[in-house]
Write a protein that binds this ligand. Structure first.
Ligand code: HEC
Length: 193
């Protein structure tokens, strides 16, 4: 059942793309709003990460990801009464673990990447039921860039950084990434009135 809904709405998303008649609260409109929120969230996070990397290197920047990322996400979500976060198939913080819907979208992103789609613009949204309520859920893939390898790479992670990460995240799975991999995704749940 879930799979059917998934496939059907994926087709609707494709057909509805770029349509000029966007009904209020339609999937198109909610997707556009989600993209705008993620752009602001990602921009702020990137600036904070860049600043910390420049002033204190990856050791200092771990705190940005550990404390600031969830706080920035919460602020962007609270402004809209949405849930906003980041998740991944191989997560670092167990608090970011994907639920079933997020897992299936992340897997579909990997398939789409395998089929040659550019991950920079890869996203997906649909109306689903969450905890008994109708919500619009949306995810956008996050590409792995060079700076990310300081903390999510393999040998590129310095021993001191590795030690600090192990202290905070004993069950860290978010390692061994290469440039161009899907590191994870932004995830949004918008309530539907
Ligand atoms: C200075 C180290 C550092 C760098 C550089 C870094 N990250 Fe992270 N990343 C972390 C930490 C620490 C967490 C766990 C955050 C938390 O506790 O919520 C994390 C978590 C994440 C998550 C949430 C899912 C999870 O694994 O828990 C994503 C997605 C992510 N990082 C993507 C990136 C991307 C993309 C880049 C490059 C643009 C990047 N990170 C660069 C340290 C880093």
């Amino acid at each position: 059942m879930r799979r059917l809904t998934f496939a059907a709405s994926a087709i609707c998303m494709v057909l509805g793309f770029g349509s000029s008649t966007m009904a209020a609260g339609s999937a198109d409109e909610r997707t556009a709003e989600s993209r705008a929120v993620i752009k602001a969230f990602a921009g702020e996070l990137q600036a904070a990460l860049k600043g910390a990397m420049q002033s204190g290197g990856p050791l200092e920047a771990i705190a940005v990801c550990n404390e600031k990322a969830p706080a920035i996400a919460a602020r962007h979500g609270d402004a809209k009464t949405w849930e906003v976060g980041r998740t991944s198939l191989k997560y670092r913080n167990p608090g970011n673990a994907p639920d079933d819907w997020e897992t299936s979208v992340l897997r579909s992103f990997e398939q789409r990447k395998g089929a040659g789609e550019d991950i920079k613009t890869m996203d997906f949204g649909e109306f689903v039921e969450l905890d008994g309520k109708e919500v619009f859920r949306y995810m956008k893939a996050i590409p792995t860039g060079e700076v990310c390898l300081n903390c999510h790479g393999g040998d590129s992670v310095k021993p001191a950084v590795e030690a600090r990460l192990a202290e905070f995240y004993p069950d860290d799975q978010a390692r061994g990434y290469s440039i161009g991999d899907i590191r994870g995704a932004f995830s949004i749940a918008q309530p539907v009135e």
